[in-house]
Design a protein around this ligand. Structure first.
Ligand code: NAP
Length: 541
């Protein structure tokens, strides 16, 4: 049967992933259409406009590296760029590469169904129009499905409320207001110090205290910028040769092989150095409980040193393994709790019972609030994929195949059996603990090389083998089990979303970017081992 398709590839999302995917495939002569729910490019950085939003990977790495021209033409102002600057950068890239002409904004993809009779993907948009493509590629990110906890009474609340991940474009005023922030993850840790000086009274509703180390953010001097541009190639190499896709390797020594004095000196050094240096002080911090305890104790002592009120310091002190959630970097987070107008509510002890018309009712008290900010994170990793009704062979949905998230199985996090010609950028079980943009670049290049290969070999159907994905998922879990990541609840394990099933596996490949790149490149070099490749010249669209 001869078929016609609208596009060679349809991509969802115009963030870092979708934009680069569009550029790569289009350059290779494929017809591509990107659908984006927002009104402009940016993805995460389009939606996350909350006060204090900035990256936690150094700006010189948190950007594309594929174009010398883009690298040379763009200058970052600070070590960790703020959201408006990152959004400007993404807009600049979109203009430079003339990407907008192939992006449809304000369109949410509702469903994507694979038609195995004629081997194409049928995509339905929120206006019920239908488009078809040979390849279906998701660039929806891991953290784009906002988690607003089901709190009784929210619908009756008369004040303003916002989730940080869908922050409005208009200016939000804090002046003279009593504001409540629920959540103290990476997002809350950025929002709290930023708005504290602006609000009349701030109430932080904390469920789990966080370890956080200083980002040590600072403006970038011109000579440093010139130096990084001169060694752009070397920096690009580091993205693929290091575990986190940045210029850091784990320390060479064990926490346990040094004296107490050396340890304190080393921890103090990496604390002052900032970025993700602290977690990398020694190689065993996220593997060995005893090593971890030394790092944890150091941070705890810092919290008690910084926070003047000993009771508050105690409430802010975590009691689980440091680093086993994504390590948080901050600017003046713990210092903010020394302010007269900042109050801490431990909602594990004093539970939130309901939202009232005027604020938050806990077991012990009512808090009158003009504004509530939900910094409550995301239905991570699988959430953005499950928001779309994705169906593969036999009409089986991704949700069914993955048992609602309890049994996620992928091959390299990029593909999954039963869903031919579908690719996921930064999908579940890919290597993303680190520099997301470096991960995205590698995934996009890997996918576009594969699609290019399929075209040259006249391969029409690409599908991961079930047996290989079972093995890959098993490996992911085995790697994670050697670390402390599986011993702590976090958005990686789905524990932050009420009712979300705990995955049997672990949804991030934790052996590091460098290992992931090696493994995925070897698979490609071996003729895409682990994939079923079917030739069917008649079906080529
Ligand atoms: P998160 O780490 O999942 O934190 C959400 C916070 O909300 C946690 O403190 C959580 O408590 C709390 N929470 C959730 N539901 C609650 C409820 N019903 N009642 C009370 N508290 C509740 O989410 P996030 O802070 O948005 O960060 C998620 C990820 O986004 C980060 O790990 C990072 O990868 C990324 N991110 C990066 C940056 C950056 O680059 N600087 C900034 C922001 C986010 P529990 O801990 O008890 O669940």
């Amino acid at each position: 049967m001869k078929k016609t398709v609208d596009f060679d590839a349809i991509v969802i999302g115009a963030g870092f992933s979708g934009l680069y995917m569009l550029h790569k495939l289009r350059n290779d002569g494929f017809s591509v259409r990107v659908f984006e729910a927002g009104t402009d490019v940016g993805g995460t950085w389009y939606w996350n406009r909350y006060p204090g939003a900035r990256c936690d990977i150094e700006s010189i790495f948190y950007c594309y590296s594929f174009s010398e021209k883009i690298t040379n033409n763009w200058t970052w102002s600070s070590r960790f760029a703020e959201q408006p600057e990152i959004l400007s950068y993404i807009n600049y890239v979109a203009d430079e590469l003339d990407l907008r002409k192939d992006i449809v904004f304000n369109k949410r993809v509702q469903s994507a169904h694979y038609d195995e009779q004629i081997n194409l993907w049928r995509i339905t948009l929120d206006d019920q129009s239908v488009v078809t493509a040979h390849y279906f590629i998701t660039g929806v990110g891991q953290l784009s499905s906002a988690n607003v906890p089901k709190m009784k009474g929210l619908e009756n609340y008369k004040g303003e409320w916002y989730h940080t991940g869908t922050w409005p474009k208009h200016e939000v005023s804090f002046e003279g207001k009593k504001v409540g922030v629920i959540g103290t993850g990476s997002t809350g840790v950025q929002v709290i110090p930023t708005i504290a000086p602006k609000v009349k009274e701030l109430y932080v509703f904390q469920r789990t205290p966080q370890y956080s180390t200083p980002a040590q953010n600072r403006p970038l001097p011109p000579e440093y910028v010139a130096e990084t541009k001169a060694k752009a190639h070397e920096l690009k190499m580091l993205r693929t040769q290091t575990p986190m896709g940045i210029d850091l390797m784990p320390g060479e020594r064990s926490t346990l092989e040094v004296t107490k004095e050396e340890r304190l000196r080393d921890f103090e050094y990496t604390w002052q150095k900032g970025a993700h240096s602290f977690v990398n002080t020694y190689y065993d911090i996220i593997f060995d409980p005893e090593a971890n305890q030394h790092a944890s104790e150091f941070i705890k002592s810092k919290i008690h040193e910084i926070v003047k009120d000993p009771e508050m310091a105690k409430e802010l002190t975590p009691d689980y393994y440091y680093g086993a959630r994504r390590p948080i970097l901050d600017t003046n987070y713990f210092e903010t709790f020394n302010r007269e107008n900042v109050n801490l509510v431990n909602v594990k002890k004093d539970q939130i019972q309901q939202i009232t018309e005027k604020g938050i009712q806990t077991s012990n008290q009512h808090y009158d609030l003009d504004m509530i900010i939900f910094a409550t994170g995301y239905d991570g990793i699988t959430g953005p994929l499950f928001k779309i009704d994705i169906r593969g062979k036999g009409g089986v949905s991704l949700k069914e195949k993955w048992e609602n998230g309890a049994n996620v199985r992928t091959y390299l996090g990029l593909a999954t059996a039963g869903f031919p010609n579908m690719f996921m950028i930064v999908g579940p079980e890919s290597a993303t603990l680190g520099n997301f943009v470096a991960a995205i670049e590698q995934h996009v290049e890997w996918i576009s090389d594969f699609v290019h290969y399929a075209r040259t070999q006249v391969i029409d159907i690409i599908e991961a083998n079930e047996k290989d994905e079972i093995q890959y998922s098993k490996t992911c879990k085995e790697i994670a089990d050697q670390t402390l990541f599986t011993k702590v609840d976090s958005w990686f394990t789905g524990s932050n979303v009420e009712g979300k099933p705990k995955p049997k596996g672990f949804l991030i490949y934790l052996a590091g970017f460098h290992e992931f790149f090696k493994v995925s490149n070897e698979i490609a070099a071996n003729g895409y081992q682990g994939f079923k490749l079917e030739k069917s010249a008649d079906l080529v669209g």
